[in-house]
Design a protein around this ligand. Sequence first.
Ligand SMILES: Cc1cc2nc3c(=O)[nH]c(=O)nc-3n(C[C@H](O)[C@H](O)[C@H](O)COP(=O)(O)O)c2cc1C
Length: 225
Amino acid sequence: MAETGLFEVMYSAGAIRRLRPDPVPDEVITKVLDAAIRAPSGSNAQSWLFMVVKDAGKRKQLGAVYKKASEILMKLYAGAPRPEHMDEKKYARFMQSVQHLFDHMGDAPVLLVPCLKASMWSGNTNLPADIKARMAGSVRIAGSSIYPAVQNIILACRAFGLGTVLTTIHAFFEEEVRAILNLPPDVQTYALMPIGYPQGHHFPVKRKSVNEVACLDSYGKAWPG
Ligand SMILES: Cc1cc2nc3c(=O)[nH]c(=O)nc-3n(C[C@H](O)[C@H](O)[C@H](O)COP(=O)(O)O)c2cc1C
């Protein structure tokens, strides 16, 4: 993985939303995707598909969809409290960065759209009703066979000096995205990731501490580490 160690990469692979327009060599994108497909997937089905969008016209169209989706997101943000772990200054900086991407998604030299094809079980219409009901109840794990690959993409981008960020709000307009990319009905999109060289620098990733987010044996008993 280039020359950057795994932990150095993980601790500095924060969201990068301000990107230079300079092209990213195809060989580097291939290496990023080759890292992506080392990820696990349910039943090792590897039903992923990575749409690499370089065409300026298509990037502009996707950028316009993202901008439109951002108007919905801003309505959601307007009614939501600021996360406790972010002070006002930090939150304002975060929102400025988010806003920048709303206006510039289509300017990134590469837009990556990780997708999943229909699951290997979806063609089985003979399943008993109770199994069908359980499967319908597990929608929250729908992306579990693509997001590990997405995280590998984030880490590989960082290792190659590229910036990126996972975004998902394009899904508010999934049908428009599918039309832009000519996706067949059995392929669904799971993320829209701008990729390019950062305008600034990578920075240390700050998070709540482990003992705030982990428990030992029982809810409420903080992990002592
Ligand atoms: C499910 C998900 C959806 C996200 N959607 C967006 C998005 O629409 N726009 C955006 O700018 N960032 C988006 N992000 C990026 C988060 O804002 C970012 O990961 C978080 O603020 C932590 O940033 P940091 O790693 O730089 O600290 C998303 C992240 C996740 C995991």
